[in-house]
Unconditional design. Structure first.
Length: 478
């Protein structure tokens, strides 16, 4: 069994102040994969002190020094890429192809984006005789989730380093081992002591301590909306900045001129990817009422073709969901959809055939869903697609926006100008037209209860900076 019982603080691996351990479960086997220590407020105090000391010098480093550091991290990451992927596969159940290519691959992706943005980032600008400068905000608390663990670590750590900040990372206690390898990468790359610190722990213990700590200037959090609200409430008394990337219930609008065979199949596949455990998953598919049966049939074929199974198998498309808690929640919501009258077209609450162990869920398709049903309102975070009919384009937009969330939206149409007009009406932080991929240099974040602030590229660096005006920086011309 893998045991990693120390934290990375001030450039060293140290024991927790109060010994307390937690078993990490492999969701494909339901067996213990490893064990970590759970930190406390006392560990946070030590890490904040180290980060505060390091901030004095690291915040004064040059652009060139930070470019060199990010480049060194990328070099070491390349050597440890497969180690990161294996950890993710075992701790959260991502199939090997997904773990290696997308999950682990997102780490260098965001470091490259931050590096590219840093090279030309405008830290200074002039306004008359005033100099406007952007300076690192200070010590940052970074709280990351289990569903895309390396993606969310890299998308916070890379811009924080680029900005000149120091930080304490609390990764998810459900999927912590990739973060430990990440700390080893940063150590080998020569990140100065105290600049990056890692403490494992749960939300009530470490997350709350980070959010409340007066020595922390900013908290960047990714997770559920419920937890994000608690982080903001805990941070409020010290008036620290809080950046949040939270839940989603993204609409995928099939306009009547879309290529349904291609767009519906692609949308269903995207919904099931990562076992549906993505905040921006296109979980609500909106289709013209008279094409509901056609769209449902295409989505069902996709669901029935998806291979669910052991993440180690090369032909596995979808692995387990991350935990027993999530498994029970998803199954209950699938049953809720049946009870509320949606048409169960594929899948269901039972395990897939031949899998009697592990937190596996059948790729599930509901048709004839109305937007007031629970499965259309709540973030299920599992491989569950809801197909909703609409009468016309205006109703499609109304349904898409009728949600407390606003992270992503999706539109398929053979008329690009028409798709652009619909995109302008969606109240979301991002819109994908005709299956366009994410852009690592473009801002990612949400409207409404999907959060505030933006990550990725130059906009990600923005979040870790304060703006200062130096008046009279130059002499006024006579």
């Amino acid at each position: 069994m893998l045991e990693k019982l120390q934290f990375y603080i001030d450039g060293k691996w140290v024991d927790p102040v109060e010994p307390r351990t937690l078993d990490v479960i492999n969701p494909a086997t339901e067996e213990v994969y490893g064990r970590i220590s759970i930190g406390s407020a006392a560990d946070v105090d030590i890490a904040v002190a180290a980060a505060s000391r390091a901030f004095e010098s690291y915040s004064q480093t040059s652009r060139e020094e930070r470019i060199e550091l990010l480049s060194a991290i990328l070099e070491v990451f390349a050597k440890r890429h497969d180690d990161v992927a294996k950890a993710i596969m075992n701790e959260m159940g991502a199939p090997w192809k997904l773990a290696k290519n997308a999950q682990a691959g997102s780490g260098p992706q965001h470091f490259k984006a931050a590096l590219k943005a840093l090279k030309n980032y405008p830290f200074e600008e002039k306004s008359g005789t005033t100099l406007i400068v952007k300076e690192p905000i200070g010590v940052c608390g970074l709280i990351t989730p289990w569903n895309w663990p390396m993606n969310q670590i890299a998308v916070k750590v890379a811009p924080a380093l680029a900005a000149g900040c120091t930080m304490i990372l609390k990764p998810s206690e459900i999927a912590p081992f990739d973060a430990i390898i990440f700390a080893e990468i940063l150590d080998e790359a020569g990140v100065p002591p105290g600049v990056f610190n890692l403490i494992n722990g749960d939300g009530p213990g470490v997350g709350t301590a980070l959010s409340q700590h007066p020595g922390i200037a900013m908290v960047s959090f990714t997770g559920s909306t419920r937890a994000g609200v608690l982080v903001a409430q805990n941070a409020a008394p010290t008036v620290k900045r809080v950046a949040q990337e939270l839940g989603g219930k993204s609409a995928n609008i099939m306009l009547d001129d879309a290529d349904f065979a291609k767009a519906v199949a692609s949308g269903a596949g995207d919904c099931f990817e990562n076992t549906g455990q993505s905040c921006d998953a296109p979980t609500r598919m909106l289709v013209p009422k008279d094409r509901l049966e056609e769209a449902t049939g295409i989505a069902v074929k996709v669901a029935e073709s998806v291979k669910v199974g052991d993440p180690h198998d090369d032909d596995t498309d979808v692995g387990p969901v991350v935990s027993n808690l999530q498994w029970q929640k998803i199954r209950a919501l699938i049953q809720k959809g049946i009870d509320e009258g949606a048409t169960l077209a594929a899948g269901g609450p039972d395990r897939p055939a031949g899998l009697d162990k592990g937190y596996f869920v059948k790729p599930t398709v509901f048709s004839n869903v109305s937007n007031d049903m629970t499965i259309a309102r709540e973030e299920i975070f599992g491989p569950v697609l809801s197909i909703l009919p609409y009468e016309d384009e205006d109703e499609a937009v109304r349904i898409a926006n009728d949600t407390p969330y606003g992270l992503s939206g999706y539109i398929s149409s053979s008329n690009l100008e028409r798709a652009r007009k619909v995109a302008a009406r969606l109240r979301t932080g991002g819109v994908h037209i005709n299956g366009a991929w994410l852009d690592s240099m473009a801002p990612f974040g949400g409207y409404k209860q999907s959060g505030n602030g933006r990550e990725w590229g130059a906009h990600g660096i923005d979040e870790f900076l304060e703006v200062k005006s130096i008046y009279g920086y130059e002499e006024r011309k006579k």
